[in-house]
Design a protein around this ligand. Sequence first.
Ligand SMILES: [Zn+2]
Length: 130
Amino acid sequence: MELTMQERVERVAIWAGFKYSPPICDCAICSSMSWIAPDADIAFNGKPFHSSLPNFPESLDACFHPEYGLVRKLDGYAIANRPEESSRCRVSIRIVNRYFRADAETPSLALFKAVEVAIDQEEKENATNT
Ligand SMILES: [Zn+2]
């Protein structure tokens, strides 16, 4: 079963600490704001602040956004340029003492995919532990 890109972003966002929250009304703007960022309650004085799903695969700014939680879950990361390759970027991430890596054409997509590798591994281990 292959996930759509939307589903992949949701999976990574949930791993980063996002929570789904039904939109507060049906208008086009509110309908796209159906997520609560990990630190939204801290950042906005206890009121959950709805936001749209972060565009992790296409935005390093989103990946590194302090309220979006993604890089905070990492203990280290490295982005390497590989100009001779068609996948021009390689990102390695460290979580505790383990390393996960992925290649892609852009650094944001490579980081996103490296996180997916880590989530895949976590899920595999959780499945065998229970
Ligand atoms: Zn509205």
